[in-house]
Design a binder for this molecule. Structure first.
Ligand code: PEP
Length: 257
């Protein structure tokens, strides 16, 4: 069986006022909006979701959010619900990013509630897992990832699971310029695939895209994306510039041919 279509997602984090976000979205749409070989997703801040949504709606670039509430509506000041995201034609939502876990105290339990809220509202979760440097050096990488996956996906059924995207993002590689070697990433990705197969079944596990995230850029994209179980990338820094983001998309297009 061939590999699934690559997915290249840009996490813009807390960057870009609306006018800059629109400029970036236009440029990405112009360069990558007509190809169909690779799935492309941009995740602007909440404040730019509407304008970016309008700009990309007729193209092959899809919209993602960076977070959302586990609650559906009501007295939750400052929060944004899954339904509100769907209303803006959002397709994906990043959940459990290590920055949310580290700075905003998001636990596996909270992430799991958000995964369910997303699935119930037809949003595809980009569910992030990853170990810290300390955990890697203590030889705990695989057990940490397994725990995060088990707890984060608890009570998700096989019929819903194939719309989940898993992003393996070693915390020590995010925004640091340090990248996991392709072999290090592949080792973790293949373990994740094995675990997904045990949790659901082999067919579902083969359909779930497993992205790598952590200082991916055009210079290292080819060798990372060439790994058997790396189905795409979640890109931070290099996603803020159309040229570097589209350079990674081009790698994926080349490898799909
Ligand atoms: C991220 O935060 O999801 C990420 C992968 O960031 P960077 O590409 O900057 O390491």
């Amino acid at each position: 069986m061939g590999r699934v279509k690559y997915l290249i997602a840009g996490n813009w984090k807390m960057n870009k006022v609306t006018s800059d976000a629109s400029d970036l979205a236009k440029e990405i749409q112009h360069q990558a909006g007509n190809q169909t070989a690779v799935n492309v997703v941009v995740c602007p801040p909440f404040t730019s979701l509407q304008s970016v949504s309008n700009l990309i709606k007729d193209s092959n670039v899809q919209l993602g959010a960076q977070n959302m509430s586990a609650e559906s509506s009501g007295a939750f000041t400052g929060e944004v619900s899954a339904e509100m995201l769907r209303d803006l034609l959002t397709n994906y939502v990043i959940l459990g990013h290590s920055e949310r876990r580290a700075y905003y105290g998001e636990t596996d339990e909270v992430v799991n509630r958000k995964v369910h809220a997303a699935l119930e509202n037809s949003l595809k979760p980009i569910f992030c897992v990853g170990e810290t440097l300390e955990q890697r050096e203590a030889g705990q990488t695989l057990s940490i990832i397994q725990d995060q996956i088990k707890s984060g996906l608890i009570h998700v059924t096989a019929d819903k699971a194939d719309s989940i995207v898993v992003a393996y993002e070693p915390v020590w590689a995010i925004g640091t310029g340090k990248t996991a070697t392709p072999e290090m990433a592949q080792e973790v990705h293949s373990e994740i695939r094995k675990q997904l197969s045990e949790l659901f079944n082999a067919d579902v596990a083969s359909k779930i895209k497993i992205l790598y995230g952590g200082s991916m850029k055009p210079e290292n994209a080819d060798e990372l994306l060439a790994q058997e179980d790396i189905d795409g990338g979640l890109i931070g820094g290099a996603a803020l510039n159309a040229r570097s983001f589209c350079g990674i998309i081009e790698s994926a297009i080349r490898l799909s041919a």
